[in-house]
Design a protein around this ligand. Sequence first.
Ligand SMILES: [Zn+2]
Length: 257
Amino acid sequence: MKIFSLIIFFGVFLAGLFFAFKKDIWKAEKKEIILNYAEEKKISESVLKKQTKEEANPENLDEINKKEEKTKEEIEINQKESKNSIDDSSQKKEETPDSSQDFEIKNRLVSWGYSISQNRSIDTIILHSSYNAVGDDPHNLDDIIEREYKPAGVSPHYIISREGKVYRLVEDKNIAYHAGVSQVPDGRKNVNDFSLGIEIVNTGKESPNSAQYKSIQNLLDYLKNKYKIKYILGHSDIASGRKTDPWNFDWGKINKK
Ligand SMILES: [Zn+2]
């Protein structure tokens, strides 16, 4: 009986030892799991920290800064552009008095009727009259230019249509053939050399109309602003006995000064 109870006691002891050992292993395993978890947590924290650091690393910061700078630049450009548009509008406002609202010179340069000059001085403006004697419409500009001036090899610098439109046929700097044998009051001959010629479209039976008078004045003002003009005369004034144009012209309707 004593041996039996000794075997049970030893068995219980062994079992107890076993469980105690097992518990330790479990504890150790648990600890390791916890540690592992903690490690994982640490890793994840460091990963998290790393990711946060990457988000805030210099390269990314540069990118962010660049983006910010770009935005700044864009804002500045926009501001400049809006400022320029304001400047433009103010310039336009300043220019308005110079170029009168409906005064415009359209280029319709011809290839005949002038000689090229580089540095002539201009101090005289000569007014003429022209009409179309070829076709049905005496005011037809194409006929006047192509069928009258061209065959004759002549041209003014400007022509003012019956509608009051101003066309440039020859550049100011060049010597246009519009005056012929001529002389100004101060005795100078070859008036073409130092003058600008303006043709007004009207026949000998009619006067220039109000649209034409308005354009003549605008063109004269424009030219007086560009050159120091001594004479504004009619063709008849520089070639008397030979020429009678500008026809039916009322000098009182224009301001020479
Ligand atoms: Zn003439």
